[in-house]
Write a protein that binds this ligand. Structure first.
Ligand code: UGA
Length: 435
């Protein structure tokens, strides 16, 4: 199939690469010429495992005289005129009232409309509130006389495993208005998954909000349980093992910590809360979830401050600056709240990360020192805080760390990755979450 992917952000690039790998002819479009030039030479402006290789493979970079089936352009006519399927995957920043700002979705709709092919299917893949397709349809109709259909196919990929998630999704949710669009989109997704759930576009859009908000609620839930465990000597990891055996609850995606971050959950919870308000649901639980998540880090830092006898004058080693492992994305990363808190309370901060040091530097005060290894960070520190469970931080030499740190030699394991007994026997003080 001929496919146009509008927007070469995270979802756009991964989707374009994967659809091209399946043998489709794909054109990725972005209005940012610098980005397009970079993608044409196979260079991805962010770190995502396997993505660069996918772009090199599908564009056949380095293989002269062979055109790949993925190309990039800044020109709407080039991208749209032959496309059977047009996917809108542009950003939807939050507006001041918390709702999704759809200006880029609408601008893309207006730009693509004049070049649309007869019977093309226009898919809104950006996360948007239900009802957006109607507005997009009206915008396109104002600029074309061809027949076209609207559809909604939300994306469920995770950063850090985006290529794998797109190649092997748990399911494809396809929101369509006709049997024809259903058949075409089922066919398109067949090489990826046969677990296809067909519904109307509004339901597909709600699926995306429901999935992300359920997961964010689940994280908030286990964080609350963890806090209760701390009050009574229970260990939340044992509680997770116990409840996970209940098939209705399940064993996965239970990592208590500093709260959820990244570019999606914080934004999607605020959006659904604002959306609920806009349709008259003022008692929405999502307002509370958002509030609890916002307050989580200051609450835990105040607790840690007491444990170490005050952070003032202490050196703190921070391990992990991105919002999670295997990405250099720092949007709503715990480090962006933890480090300013420590500096405001008189601590000196030495930070490290395998991929995100350059990305975080401009977002933090200049007094933060950066080093390239955990050994350098922890040597001489009074406190070590593991914020992100990068593989590089999983087998730390605890005895070496203990001998190079200064009293009170506290190890805050905010991802519950270490066995507390082992940490303590190595000569460190240990504090996990909910244990
Ligand atoms: C999330 C969803 O998982 C994807 O399905 C969705 O497609 C994506 O948002 C999106 O809307 O684009 P992502 O933000 O990449 O993906 O990352 P997650 O791995 O889900 O983690 C989100 C945040 O929750 C991170 O801060 C993570 O540390 C935190 N988290 C996750 C926990 O605190 N505990 C957990 O058990 C799991």
């Amino acid at each position: 199939m001929n496919i146009a992917c509008i927007g070469t952000g995270f979802v756009g690039v991964v989707t374009a690469g994967v659809l091209a790998k399946l043998g489709n002819t794909v054109i990725g479009l972005d209005i940012d010429a610098k980005k397009v030039e970079s993608l044409k030479s196979g260079i991805v402006p962010f770190y995502e495992p396997g993505l660069q290789e996918l772009l090199v493979e599908t564009q056949k970079i380095g293989l002269p005289a062979q055109a790949g089936n993925l190309t990039f352009t800044t020109d709407y006519e080039t991208a749209i005129k032959n496309a059977d399927i047009v996917m809108i995957m542009v950003g939807t920043p939050s507006s001041p009232d918390g709702q999704a700002d759809l200006k880029y979705v609408f601008a893309a709709s207006e730009s693509l409309a004049p070049y649309l092919k007869e019977n093309a299917i226009v898919i809104v893949k950006s996360t948007v509130p239900p009802g957006t397709n109607q507005k997009v349809r009206e915008i396109i109709k104002g600029k074309t006389t061809v027949n076209f259909e609207m559809a909604s196919v939300p994306e469920f990929l995770k950063e850090g495993t985006a290529v794998e998630d797109t190649l092997h999704p748990d399911r494809a949710v396809i929101g369509v208005e006709s049997d024809r669009a259903r058949d075409i989109l089922v066919e398109l997704h067949k090489p990826l998954t046969t677990n296809v759930v067909i519904m109307r576009p509004e339901s597909a859009q709600m699926c995306k909000y429901a999935a992300n908000n359920y997961l964010a609620t689940r994280i908030t839930f286990i964080n609350q349980i963890a806090d209760l465990c701390e009050a009574n000597g229970a260990d939340v990891q044992e509680v997770i093992r116990g409840i996970g055996e209940d098939k209705r609850i399940g064993k996965h995606y239970w990592y208590p910590g500093l709260g959820y971050g990244g570019s999606c959950f914080p934004k999607d919870v605020k959006e659904i809360a604002a959306y609920a308000h806009s349709v008259g649901e003022s008692e929405s639980m999502f307002i509370k979830i958002d509030d609890l998540n916002e307050k989580r880090i200051p609450k835990l830092m105040a607790k840690y401050d007491k444990l170490v006898g005050g952070f003032a004058g202490k050196t703190v080693a921070i391990l992990g600056l991105s919002f999670k492992k295997n990405t250099n994305d720092t949007r709503v990363a715990p480090s962006l709240q933890v480090i300013p808190w420590l500096l405001e309370h008189g601590a000196k901060v030495v930070a490290t990360d395998p991929k995100a040091i350059e990305e975080i530097k401009s977002l933090l005060p200049p007094s933060v020192s950066y080093v390239s290894t955990p050994d350098e960070a922890t040597s001489g520190a009074h406190v070590t805080m593991l914020l992100i469970e990068w593989d590089e931080y999983m087998g730390l030499d605890l005895a070496k760390m203990a001998s190079s740190m200064q009293d009170p030699k506290y190890f805050f394991d905010t991802r519950n990755q270490y066995d507390s007994a082992k940490v303590i026997s190595a000569g460190l003080n240990y504090k996990g979450i909910g244990r």
